[in-house]
Design a binder for this molecule. Structure first.
Ligand SMILES: [Ca+2]
Ligand SMILES: [Ca+2]
Ligand SMILES: [Ca+2]
Length: 251
């Protein structure tokens, strides 16, 4: 009986100690990339919001964020970041990592390491909400056309760098949730073969062209068919068709 009492007492003491030492529960924080627009034109500035999203209704304190960003360098060129969110970070930057994984040596390879860090006490930590806290805005230039291009957050790179969210209240606790990519289109506007002027050369343009196809010895072109004279020599023949074929984007 005494042994059993001691056992209960020991279990109770363990529970109390654990209860006293256990850190407060935390929500996981997803990192999401949200493009400002679903489509942009070639040459445009592309703004991608990096959001920290609490996976519960409660707000979650965030101490810092490491994010390895990956994109297609054939269609996007990273210019940097702008801090237009509501929290004033102590750091919000792409650190020099020449002694680490060297992700920021160049951005022309399509990856970079972004980092933010909260201000120390007595300043409050950043708070991730269920709707999402805008951490920073990644700024790119659209340098190539793409039907759909994706910007991703990758979990880890090489030896030292990983994507993670640090708790703002419990030092060292990692509360990373899901990593959500963003995607959008880059339109190529101004092509001669884009007969309906919607920034693509597709089957609709082909149909419009076919209705005007005549040959080198045809009558003078109707005004409506003049845009189909892609080499601008007064006819719509196979040479014009070849230009349309080369320009075909298929969207
Ligand atoms: Ca890189
Ligand atoms: Ca078109
Ligand atoms: Ca022609």
């Amino acid at each position: 009986m005494w042994d059993r009492f001691r056992l209960w007492g020991s279990a109770l003491a363990t529970t109390i100690v654990c209860g006293a030492l256990a850190p407060p529960t935390a929500a996981d924080v997803h990192l999401e990339l949200r493009p400002a627009q679903p489509q942009v034109d070639l040459g445009d500035t592309v703004r991608i919001g990096l959001y920290a999203v609490s996976d519960q209704e409660i707000d979650q304190a965030v101490g810092g964020i490491d994010a390895i960003v990956s994109w297609d360098p054939r269609v996007l060129s990273l210019a940097g970041n702008e801090d237009d969110g509501p929290y004033s970070w102590m750091f919000s930057w792409f650190p020099n990592d020449i002694e680490l994984d060297r992700l920021n040596d160049t951005w022309s390879d399509g990856d970079a390491w972004y980092q933010s860090l909260r201000r120390g006490a007595p300043n409050p930590p950043a708070m991730a909400t269920a709707d999402g806290l805008l951490v920073t805005t990644l700024v790119f230039t659209a340098v190539g056309p793409a039907t759909v291009t994706r910007i991703s957050l990758i979990p880890e790179a090489k030896l030292f760098t990983s994507t993670r969210v640090l708790d703002g209240l419990v030092t060292g606790r990692i509360i990373t949730g899901q990593l959500v990519p963003g995607q959008f289109s880059i339109l190529l506007c101004g092509l001669a073969a884009d007969l309906d002027d919607d920034c693509d050369v597709d089957s609709t343009d082909f149909e419009g062209f076919s209705a005007c196809l005549d040959g080198p010895d045809g009558p003078p072109l109707e005004p409506a068919c003049q845009p189909a004279d892609l080499d601008n020599d007064g006819d719509t023949d196979l040479r014009d068709y070849q230009i349309l074929q080369v320009s075909f984007t298929g969207r």
